[in-house]
Design a protein around this ligand. Structure first.
Ligand SMILES: Nc1ncnc2c1ncn2[C@@H]1O[C@H](COP(=O)(O)OP(=O)(O)OP(=O)(O)O)[C@@H](O)[C@H]1O
Length: 625
C-alpha cells in the first residue's frame, strides 16, 4: 500500500499490521456513534502538549535539539478544500521506530478490558485518555490519518498513514520541520471541525489550560492564539473555577469526571513548591496494576521534568496532579531524582498533607469519605504495612465492614468494646457474605462482641504485622478462644464437668478417625449454633494461606486444619454418647462427614466429594430406612 502525498516517495512505503488490540479499538472508533466526538481534538492537543514538554526537558541538557528554533507551539490548521484538519506541534517528534511502536501498538495493560467496556457502553469516550489510546481517537472523525514526524535532532522524517483498517504504512519524507503534524482527512459528517468557531469553542472548553500557546491558522500564514496558555497551578486559588479544575484534572488523568478532592497550595520555607493534586471520583482503571505506579508530574519552574519520580508512596498512587518546585535545579537528571533529598522532603510533606486532607474529609463529610473509601480503601490499607511511620495516621482513616454495620472506624470499634474485652477481633474471608456466614462468629455474636470483617486480600497481610490500636491488639477470631471466657454471654450454659469429659473423649475418637486430615480436634467456645468449624493454629490465618497457596512458586500449601466441635450441639452430644456406649470406631464415618461439613461452611471444596456423597447417603439410608 502506498500513499499519494507529494512529499513522500511512494516506492519506499512499507506496510505494517496493527497489533490485534489496536485493530479492535480502531474498529470501535470508526463504527461507534459518539455523542461527544469533540474529544478527539482534546486528545491530540494533549499529546502535542506532552511532546512540547518532553522537548523542553530534553533541551535543558541538550540545547541543540531546539535547532535554533525555540518556539514551542501547537498550531491547528483547517483546510476546507482538502477537507483536512492538521494539528502540528514543534515538540520532540517521533523516529521511525517510535512511530511504529507508539502508533501501532498499545503498551498499557487494561486495554482489552477497555475495549470490552466501551463495546458494552456503545463507546463511552470519556474513558479514552485513561487507557492511553488518545491518538486513535482521530479516527472518530477521520477516514484516514497521516502523521508526519521528525524527531528533534534527527535529519530523517517519516510519514505514518492509515485508514483505520488492519494496517498502516510508513514512508520516508524528504524534509519536514521538527515535531509532529497529524493530518486528519475528515469524513463528510465531520466537516464542522473545519470552522474556526467550532475549533475555538472546543479548544476553549477542553484545552484552555494547556500551558503552551495553541494557534489557529486563519489563512495566509497568519495565526491567532486561542487559549490562555498559563499553567493553572500558578494561578490564585480563588481564580480557578470547578470547570477549569475538571478540565485540567482530565488532561492529566484522562478521566474527565469531577475530581472528588482537590488540593491546591503553595509550600514556602526551606523548599518552595506549588501543589495541585486531585483524588479521582471514579476508580482509575489501572488502580490494581501490579506496577503500582503513581503518575504525579514533577515540574521545576513550570518546566515538565518527569511523571515517574514517586512523589507520593505507592499506596497513594491514585492521587493525580502536579508538583512544581521553585528551587530544584532545572538540569536535574532523572537518575539524580531517585535519591534527591529535596524530592524526599517534598514527598514527606505532601504525603502528610494528603493524609490530613483525607482525614479532614472523613470528619466533615462522612458520606463523601465513605465513597472514596469504597474505591481506595484496599489501596490505602497497603500503607498499613508499607509505611510504618504513618501507620497511626492511617489507622485514623481506615474503615471496616463489621458484624454490626458497614464502615466502622477503629475509634467507633473501641467505643463499643464490651466489658473485659481485651482485643480488636477480626475475621478474614474472601468476601463479606462468606464472612458473615462463618460459624466462628457465633460465640462473638452471643456475647454481642463486634467483629471486623476483613475481606480484601491486602487485609491478611497488614493485620499480621499490626501491633494494635489504642493498646488493644488485633486478634483473629480463628486464633484461640480463651479470651471469650472472660466476656459473659447472654444465656450461657453452666459448665458441666461430666459433659466436658465426654466431649474430650469424642474429640480424641474423631482425631483418631481423621488422622492426617486434621491437626487436632477440640471442644470450642466460639460455636453456639453450628456443630463444627475449622480453624488454623495461630501461625497463619487460613484466608492468607489459601491466598498464598494459589500463587505459583509461593511454596505454601493449605495446611491441615483444627476441627472444633460445639459441646452444646445435639449432634455432638449424641456422638459423645455413641462413643461412650459403642467405642471410638462407631463414629468413624461421622467424623469424616463432620469435617467435610466444616469445609463446606467455609466455602471450601470437599477434598473427596464421591466419598462424602456416599457416606451421606449411607447415613440418610439408616435414618430413613
Ligand atoms: N504529537 C506527538 N508527538 C510526539 N509523540 C506523540 C505524539 N502523539 C502521540 N505520541 C506518542 O505516541 C504515544 C501514544 O499516544 P496515545 O495518545 O495513544 O497514548 P498516550 O498519550 O501515551 O496516553 P495518555 O493519553 O494516557 O497519556 C504517546 O505516548 C507518545 O509517545
Amino acid at each position: 500500500m502506498a500513499t499519494d502525498t507529494a512529499t513522500t516517495d511512494a516506492t519506499t512505503a512499507t506496510s505494517h499490521q496493527f497489533q490485534a488490540e489496536v485493530a479492535k479499538l480502531l474498529h470501535l472508533m470508526v463504527h461507534s456513534v459518539y455523542s461527544d466526538r469533540d474529544v478527539f481534538l482534546r486528545e491530540l492537543i494533549s499529546n502535542a502538549a506532552d511532546a512540547l514538554d518532553k522537548l523542553r526537558y530534553e533541551a535543558i541538557a541538550n540545547p541543540q535539539l531546539l535547532e535554533g528554533q525555540p518556539d514551542l507551539t501547537i498550531t491547528i490548521t483547517p483546510d476546507k478544500e482538502k477537507k483536512t484538519l492538521t494539528i502540528t506541534d514543534t515538540g520532540i517528534g517521533m523516529s521511525e521506530q517510535e512511530l511504529i511502536d507508539n502508533l501501532g501498538t498499545i503498551a498499557k495493560s487494561g486495554t482489552q478490558a477497555f475495549v470490552e467496556q466501551a463495546k458494552a457502553k456503545q463507546g463511552d469516550v470519556h474513558l479514552i485518555g485513561q487507557f492511553g489510546i488518545g491518538f486513535y481517537s482521530g479516527f472518530i472523525v477521520a477516514g484516514k490519518v497521516d502523521v508526519i514526524s521528525r524527531r528533534a535532532g534527527s535529519d530523517q522524517a517519516w510519514m505514518w498513514s492509515s485508514d483505520g483498517s488492519g494496517s498502516f504504512t510508513m514512508t520516508p519524507v524528504e524534509s519536514a520541520p521538527r515535531g509532529t503534524s497529524i493530518v486528519l482527512h475528515l469524513r463528510e459528517d465531520a466537516l464542522e471541525f473545519l470552522e474556526d468557531w467550532k475549533i475555538e469553542s472546543v479548544v476553549r472548553t477542553y484545552s484552555d489550560h494547556i500551558a503552551h500557546p495553541i494557534m489557529l491558522s486563519v489563512g495566509n500564514e497568519t495565526a491567532k492564539q486561542i487559549n490562555s496558555a498559563n499553567a493553572i497551578w500558578t494561578r490564585a486559588k480563588s481564580d480557578i473555577t470547578p470547570e477549569q479544575h475538571k478540565e485540567f484534572f482530565g488532561h492529566i488523568s484522562g478521566n474527565y469526571s469531577d475530581p472528588a478532592l482537590t488540593l491546591h497550595y503553595r509550600a514556602e520555607g526551606r523548599n518552595e513548591y506549588t501543589v495541585l493534586l486531585y483524588v479521582p471520583g471514579e476508580r482509575p482503571f489501572d488502580l490494581y496494576d501490579p506496577e503500582r505506579r503513581g503518575r504525579q508530574k514533577l515540574y521545576v519552574k513550570r518546566v515538565y521534568i518527569a511523571d515517574d519520580v514517586e512523589l507520593l508512596p505507592a499506596y497513594l498512587r491514585f492521587v493525580r496532579g502536579v508538583i512544581d518546585s521553585e528551587d530544584m535545579p532545572l538540569n536535574i537528571s532523572r537518575e539524580m531524582l531517585q535519591n534527591n533529598p529535596q524530592v524526599a522532603a517534598i514527598r514527606k510533606a505532601v504525603t502528610n498533607k494528603v493524609l490530613s486532607e483525607l482525614k479532614k474529609l472523613s470528619e466533615t463529610d462522612d458520606a463523601a469519605y465513605r465513597k472514596l473509601w469504597e474505591i481506595y480503601g484496599p489501596v490505602l490499607k497497603e500503607g498499613l504495612y508499607e509505611d510504618m511511620e504513618r501507620r497511626d495516621q492511617l489507622y485514623e482513616l481506615v474503615r471496616f465492614k463489621s458484624t454490626k454495620g458497614d464502615w466502622v472506624s477503629l475509634k467507633d470499634y473501641i467505643a463499643g468494646l464490651k466489658e473485659n474485652q481485651t482485643a480488636i477481633y477480626y475475621l478474614t474471608a474472601e468476601d463479606a457474605a462468606k464472612a458473615k456466614a462463618s460459624p466462628q462468629l457465633e460465640g462473638y455474636k452471643a456475647r454481642d462482641v463486634e467483629v471486623l470483617l476483613l475481606t480484601d486480600p491486602v487485609d491478611s497481610f497488614w493485620v499480621r504485622t499490626a501491633l494494635g490500636y489504642e493498646g488493644k491488639p488485633f486478634k483473629s477470631v480463628t486464633q484461640g478462644s480463651a479470651d471469650l471466657d472472660l466476656i459473659v454471654a447472654k444465656d450461657e450454659a453452666k459448665p458441666d464437668a461430666a459433659a466436658d469429659a465426654e466431649t474430650a473423649v469424642l474429640a480424641a475418637a474423631l482425631k483418631q478417625a481423621l488422622g492426617e486430615r486434621v491437626k487436632d480436634v477440640r471442644s470450642s467456645k466460639r460455636l453456639t449454633e453450628s456443630a463444627v468449624c475449622i480453624v488454623n493454629d495461630s501461625m497463619m490465618d487460613r484466608t492468607l494461606e489459601k491466598l498464598l497457596s494459589r500463587q505459583k512458586d509461593s511454596g505454601i500449601s493449605v495446611s491441615a486444619p483444627i476441627l472444633e466441635v460445639n459441646p452444646g450441639h445435639p449432634l455432638i452430644k449424641a456422638l459423645a454418647a455413641q462413643v461412650k456406649a459403642k467405642g471410638a470406631a462407631s463414629v468413624e464415618d461421622a467424623a469424616q462427614l463432620l469435617l467435610d461439613q466444616a469445609f463446606i461452611i467455609e466455602g471450601e471444596q470437599v477434598p473427596d466429594p464421591a466419598s462424602f456423597a456416599k457416606r451421606l447417603a449411607d447415613v440418610m439410608a439408616k435414618a430413613f430406612g
